[in-house]
Design a protein around this ligand. Structure first.
Ligand SMILES: NC(=O)C1=CN([C@@H]2O[C@H](COP(=O)(O)OP(=O)(O)OC[C@H]3O[C@@H](n4cnc5c(N)ncnc54)[C@H](OP(=O)(O)O)[C@@H]3O)[C@@H](O)[C@H]2O)C=CC1
Ligand SMILES: O=C(O)CCC(=O)C(=O)O
Length: 478
């Protein structure tokens, strides 16, 4: 039986109290026991990070780059083993989990390059003989709180740029996925990261997470998760005048125009709405379909859904794994139930499945005859549930797409360059896809949204530098 520990100041730290890490594909399969750290461990982790910061923030960029590169190489070399681990604790399929591990490895390798390319500027001053230098410095100790749906990629895309630019880290991963977090701590440690630079504290969000965001030794907070927790973090960060970066939910629209290639439209909807069990903040939960193609699209999508295998995450025949836990499963059913009560028609799926192993299985659900004001089309579900909203023309489809408090990703399937260009320009989302699913993004470009989906500077790619560095302007008179 595995036991997962916190990692503080270069040492593994266990606790008497533990939580069970259960495989959502088979609840009889107990993967391990995870430490339940408390406030004391948060205090120790922040103290270790503060102590490590002066040396790490001024360390040679080649050293930082090398450690990130070695970390990325090991993650990539162990993709199959780590993919199995991730699929076992989170429930996404082996293919999806291995893809996520590769993404994490590539992020470390990308940031190994960025560590060597920290930009600056030298300008003439308005005062004769004087120059002005604009440089970037590490922010300090970054508190990170990460969700369960991308157990290694999200910690990677926060940690890699933080370390590249000389910051220290205290991370609290979601309680449901301690194994992937522990693997990351172990790889970074063995890659040569000095003690205290990266600290992992396992435990409850309401205890460890709350203590971390309130800790006076934290200089910035990067969070991915629900809107409620994000709003709490924003208030605390504002009261302490520290920066925060919040990635929260989505209610992402996929617009299907009459002139769409129907095969592309159906595959985009299938992938965006249901793969990864719909547990992506970029999932297409609103399918906005023009009237001329509506019936054909629904018929083709349902027929594709019928061919989908829901099953054990490690079974190579599985297309969609289980929901992550019972709470999320019940929440998904309650969304479907309330949509039907509001008048939506459940045309396919939405049922609990009893399979060979006891897991949190549900068939992907498609609701039709919905309108955008329904709760199902305003609240994030975070499961394999999508609804179809009919639209008369492009203008109506665009208006519906933008009529949401969220603004993470959006998509359009069309053969019309005019509609694609207009959608790209007027969609109120941080990421826009043309003839591609709303979910599934590249590791080297900015990630983030608008409105209630995101707050603060973008994550990932070269843009990550904005959050993880502080700009200094120096006036130099020789
Ligand atoms: N944008 C995204 O990618 C995600 C969106 N969500 C949305 O959130 C819903 C609920 O999922 P859930 O996992 O509960 O999301 P949460 O926002 O509760 O969890 C995200 C992270 O925040 C931590 N956390 C929880 N409470 C606090 C707190 N008071 N202070 C600090 N940290 C805290 C969690 O810890 P712990 O694990 O211990 O609870 C976890 O590490 C989903 O159904 C979905 O709609 C969820 C995950 C990712
Ligand atoms: O769609 C993706 O590739 C990323 C999704 C994501 O980051 C999330 O769900 O939190």
């Amino acid at each position: 039986m595995e036991s997962y520990k916190s990692f503080i100041g270069g040492k593994w730290v266990g606790t008497e109290a533990t939580t069970h890490n259960v495989n959502p594909s088979d609840t009889k399969d107990l993967l391990g026991l995870a430490a339940q750290s408390g406030i004391e461990h948060v205090n120790q982790a922040v103290a270790a990070a503060r102590e490590a910061f002066p040396a790490w923030s001024t360390s040679p960029i080649q050293l930082r780059s090398r450690i990130l590169d070695v970390t990325g190489n090991e993650i990539l070399a162990r993709r199959d083993e780590l993919g199995r681990l991730l699929a076992s604790e989170e429930g996404k399929t082996l293919r999806e989990a291995t893809g996520e591990v590769i993404r994490a490895g590539e992020i470390f390798k990308f940031m190994a390059g960025e560590a060597l390319r920290i930009p600056g500027e030298v300008l003439d001053s308005t005062r004769p003989g004087m120059t002005v230098e604009i440089t970037r410095e590490a922010v300090g100790v970054i508190g990170m709180i990460t969700p369960w749906n991308f157990p290694i990629a999200i910690p990677a895309w926060k940690t890699a740029p933080a370390l590249a630019f000389g910051n220290c880290v205290v991370i609290k991963p979601a309680e449901l996925v301690p194994a992937s977090a522990q693997v990351l701590a172990d790889i970074l440690h063995r890659a040569g990261l000095p003690d205290g630079v990266f600290n992992l504290v396992l435990g409850k969000g309401s205890v460890v997470g709350q203590a971390l965001i309130e800790h006076p030794g934290i200089d910035a907070i990067s969070f991915t998760g629900s809107q409620g927790v994000g709003e709490n973090i924003a208030q605390i960060a504002a009261s302490r005048m520290i920066r925060c970066q919040l990635e929260m939910g989505g209610k992402n629209p996929l617009v299907v125009m009459d002139d769409a290639d129907i095969d592309i439209a159906v595959e985009c909807a299938l992938d965006g709405s249901f793969f990864a069990t719909g547990q992506r903040c970029t999932a297409s939960s609103r399918l906005i379909v023009q009237s001329g193609i509506h019936d054909q699209f629904v018929e083709r999508l349902v027929s594709r859904m019928k061919a989908i295998n829901v099953g054990h995450a490690l079974d190579p025949q599985t297309h969609i794994g289980p929901v992550v836990d019972l709470r999320q499963l019940e929440s998904n059913f309650s969304h479907v139930h309330s949509a039907r009560a509001e008048g939506a028609e459940l045309i396919y799926g939405g049922e609990r499945l009893d399979l060979a192993t006891p897991g949190f299985y549900m068939s992907p659900a498609l609701l039709i005859a919905t309108h955008n004001d329904m709760k199902i089309n305003q609240d994030e579900v975070f499961g394999p549930v999508a609804s179809v909203i009919p639209a008369a023309d492009f203008d109506e489809a665009l208006a519906i797409a933008n009529n949401t408090r969220f603004g993470l990703s959006s998509g359009i399937v069309t053969r019309s360059l005019k509609h694609a260009a207009a959608f790209k320009r007027h969609s109120q989302a941080g990421m826009v896809m043309v003839n591609a699913p709303t979910a599934g993004v590249d590791p080297h470009v900015p990630f983030g949204g608008r409105k209630a989906s995101s707050f603060g500077p973008r994550e990932q790619g070269r843009y990550a530098i904005e959050f993880y560095t502080s700009v200094k302007t120096s006036y130099i008179q020789p």
